[in-house]
Design a protein around this ligand. Structure first.
Ligand SMILES: [Zn+2]
Length: 136
């Protein structure tokens, strides 16, 4: 499931084409009908935000750690400006670039922790054939 998430694919069936645009995810998987935002009342995609935040902070820390190594090797004569520039660029670009991956990865984690209930499976199947989907 996680490998599928890293490929921006559906964690349940592996189907792709889940994004209409880079930032616009389809509501359901076109392959299996899985509804991605499984519990809308709980701010479901907060987990995706946490993943993107963690990846970004990790990258910024790596840049700053690399700067510290360079600084130590050069005897403290290098400028901090290039490192800060790279870290700032990473802090802006990474969340945008990683956004769709963080959503599908979060869907995979959630699906692994909370397997589909029977009514979710029925709803997904009904959505696939375009039939009536009971609310709730
Ligand atoms: Zn699917």
């Amino acid at each position: 499931m996680l490998a599928r998430g890293w490929r921006r694919a559906c964690p349940r069936c592996g189907s792709g084409r889940l994004f209409r645009r880079w930032f616009q995810m389809t509501e359901r998987c076109p392959g299996c009908g899985l509804r991605f935002e499984r519990r809308p009342e709980e701010a479901f995609f907060l987990g995706a935000f946490v993943i993107a935040f963690g990846v970004t902070e990790g990258a910024v820390l790596l840049v700053l750690f690399a700067f510290i190594l360079v600084e130590a090797a050069s005897g403290g004569r290098s400028s901090v400006v290039p490192a800060l520039g790279v870290a700032a660029a990473a802090a802006v670009i990474l969340p945008l670039a990683f956004y769709p991956f963080s959503k599908t990865i979060w869907c995979a984690i959630d699906l692994a922790m909370h397997p589909l209930e029977q009514d979710e499976e029925r709803e997904a199947a009904a959505a696939l054939v375009g039939g009536p989907v009971s609310g709730g």
